[in-house]
Write a protein of this length. Structure first.
Length: 86
């Protein structure tokens, strides 16, 4: 379990990620995302109150990504988030 301070830091980092940062995370974790897909994800992350450690909140965000892009991209984003919280 990650301590609460680290959780806040990680959540803040995710919510404020830029397109370039998200693409860097994707590359680091061997997840392929196009710039267009990444931009939609960044937009979704910025407009939501992020708590990737809360499964229900994470699923809500992933469902929105699936709706706005597609389910495959949502699964890819979940892979990135899983890497960040483990």
């Amino acid at each position: 379990m990650v301590n609460p301070i680290m959780q806040k830091l990680i959540n803040h980092q995710i919510q404020n990620a830029t397109l370039e940062q998200l693409l860097k995370y994707a590359s680091k974790y061997n997840v392929s995302l196009t710039k267009q897909e990444a931009q939609v994800i960044v937009d979704v992350l910025r407009k939501n109150n992020i708590d990737i450690f809360d499964t229900n909140k994470r699923l809500k965000i992933l469902k929105e990504i699936a709706r706005k892009v597609n389910p495959t991209v949502a699964k890819k984003m979940n892979n990135i988030l899983e890497q960040l919280i483990n």
